[in-house]
Design a protein around this ligand. Structure first.
Ligand SMILES: Nc1ncnc2c1ncn2[C@@H]1O[C@H](COP(=O)(O)OP(=O)(O)OP(=O)(O)O)[C@@H](O)[C@H]1O
Ligand SMILES: [Mg+2]
Length: 262
């Protein structure tokens, strides 16, 4: 059991010998060399690694947006070769519809899923509140700041309640204070659902604060360097000695491989 009391006996996502080489204009870029990993239902697993190592590529492979050049990704035994309603993605660049209102953007996934209008409204309303944008529900997305757009993207992916949420640096554009609030809210949301979260971040602090496990990646072509279990109860104390010892260890490694933030 994880510390939020979920049944984590069943394997949800099975990544086996996954590899990806991009081929463009006769030039090969090997992004992912070889990744194998099992992720249990209800787990929050974060991936951290050097800039450009292949994190977004990995998420797109799990989302079924691009095909692998080696290996497989399966969810509950089904191959993830196409996108599906069981997986929701928060993109690094938001991927919002700028001319639609916040409300309409958040309702989009529900619309596609055929959820009736009244229910759509209500569910969207809840998630808009959750990310603190109720005053902006009718604003057009292009009018918002980067951090606000990011919150719309988060609400839009969570409102559909997919079994697996794929988050690509979802809090990267937020100021430190909003970021901490969103992290705490994500833990609350997780505590009350059985959603599996795959979370990419550049922040070691964020990874330790949120994750059941942290997968540390090598530089490109990427592979798993280390998998770290974090059994501590949530909410976690950022000032605890063990928190900071672990943080320093991961940071030292990433700095050697070329990186990055706190
Ligand atoms: N469509 C593409 N065609 C060719 N090469 C690509 C394509 N998308 C990504 N790459 C290359 O693959 C490598 C991994 O890219 P990816 O975006 O997955 O890295 P990342 O770890 O998410 O980077 P960042 O830390 O900047 O978010 C990079 O060298 C990138 O230039
Ligand atoms: Mg990326």
């Amino acid at each position: 059991m994880t510390d939020h009391g979920k049944d984590d006996t069943g394997t949800r996502i099975l990544i086996d010998g996954l590899g990806k080489t991009y081929r463009r204009d006769g030039k090969d870029t090997e992004a992912i060399e070889d990744i194998s990993l099992e992720i249990r239902q209800g787990e929050l697993v974060s991936f951290i690694g050097p800039s450009g190592c292949g994190k977004t590529t990995l998420l797109k492979l799990i989302a079924g947006l691009i095909p692998p050049t080696g290996g497989t990704v399966e969810i509950d035994g089904r191959s993830c070769t196409t996108p599906g309603a069981d997986r929701g993605m928060v993109f690094q660049d938001f991927a919002l519809l700028p001319w639609r209102s916040v409300r309409k953007n958040v309702e989009l996934g529900l619309e596609i899923a055929g959820v009736p209008k009244a229910e759509r409204r209500e569910r969207a309303e809840n998630y808009i509140k959750l990310v603190g944008l109720e005053k902006f529900a009718d604003s057009k997305v292009y009018e918002l700041s980067g951090g606000m757009k990011q919150r719309v993207a988060i609400a839009r992916s969570l409102v559909v309640r997919p079994d697996v949420v794929l988050m690509d640096e979802p809090f990267g554009a937020l100021d430190a204070q909003t970021r901490n609030i969103m992290q705490a809210q994500l833990i609350d949301i997780l505590g009350s659902t059985d959603q599996t979260i795959i979370f990419i971040t550049h922040s070691v602090d964020e990874a330790i604060y949120l994750s059941d496990r942290i997968v540390v990646l090598t530089k490109r072509p990427t592979t798993i360097r280390e998998i770290i279990d974090i059994p501590w109860e949530r909410p976690r104390d950022r000032s605890a000695p063990e928190f900071n010892v672990l943080k320093k260890r991961i940071l030292d490694y990433l700095e050697k491989e070329n990186v990055m933030e706190n």
